[in-house]
Design a binder for this molecule. Sequence first.
Ligand SMILES: C[S@@+](CC[C@H](N)C(=O)[O-])C[C@H]1O[C@@H](n2cnc3c(N)ncnc32)[C@H](O)[C@@H]1O
Length: 361
Amino acid sequence: MTVTVGPPWRVADPEERLGRGLVFPSVGEYPIYDATAYETMMADRPRVDAFTAGLRASVRADSTVVELGCGALAPWARLADDLGAARSIAVERLPEVREAARRLIAEEGRGDRVSILSPEEYIRHDGHVDVLVAEVVGTIGGSEGAADTIGAEVARLGNPGLVVLPGGWETEVRGYSWAGAAAGHLPAFPPTAIPYLDQLRDIDGADVDPRLCVVGPHIHEGVLTAGGVIEVGDYRGLHSEHRTGAADLRAITSGSLDSLLLSVRVTIGGAVVDSFTQETSWFPVIVPLPEPIDVTPGTVLQVRAEAGRGAGGSCLDYRLSWDVHPPDGGRASGVVDVPWRASGLGTNPLTRMLLVESVQE
Ligand SMILES: C[S@@+](CC[C@H](N)C(=O)[O-])C[C@H]1O[C@@H](n2cnc3c(N)ncnc32)[C@H](O)[C@@H]1O
């Protein structure tokens, strides 16, 4: 059964289509966070294990630990407290989320050791910080403003020994066949996306295309090329770096290149969480191209990324320039924008197909 949600997006039961052709809005950058989102992140084993190990390795009895972007559960400020840190400070910009975190800390009787602060309150804190935890990395690494948030804090703290968790990320790109992975299904959101689509519409006050992620067990079936890194964030001590660049991707199979797939590899202490190879709460982002292009092994796809501030402030807009070089000559190229917020509905082939009025299943 297919139902619609206004805007008239196609919503389908994942089981009926064996998990194929499913997309989910990328939500963190808008920012849309609810209790389910925070719980989902805490059920993400690779992520939780990596932060737990990173904190165990770095928290000492005299440590001050800051969790910048603590959400409703302030998990890393609470873990630091459990590990015996002298002081934990948890900072959250969303007021109602901050209140939920405050209630939790009070209920758990941690109020004398763990402070929940707004960014404005925190900025007045000028004490020494040993460990900075800032899980503000997006589905495209810098898309939630991590470069600004972490970079500015590393500079402000000025501690050469500062441990930063995560210490950075790499955003990877691959040539992708969305239609190949969907195997004949039209794109659809799973019902679990409905609350987020509703919130997105409420925030925007108008109907716009969301940034889309691919989900489900068949994601890898659409991969046409090897991966390459197009964005790097790197933070430790006084070091703070964010850059975008280009990658040459060799086709590994034949298919119809209709999109680019962006995934993120997040370095957390000694661990790496990869949204391409692991099942994690970071989902790979899909960027549709205007027209499909046939590729064969030997084809080289060059992709160059640029990131800039737009309407989303530190939540970045991305622009991807692509060139396809088939082995027997000829060339196709173009530029595709991945804005923080699109300027309408049906701005690309994938969202046009997601609108039920345009194509009936
Ligand atoms: C991905 S969630 C992480 C929540 C929790 N730290 C965890 O790891 O489970 C990111 C949180 O950071 C908050 N956030 C993002 N940027 C922030 C900033 N510059 N200052 C304070 N909070 C921020 C968001 O509102 C959101 O609640």
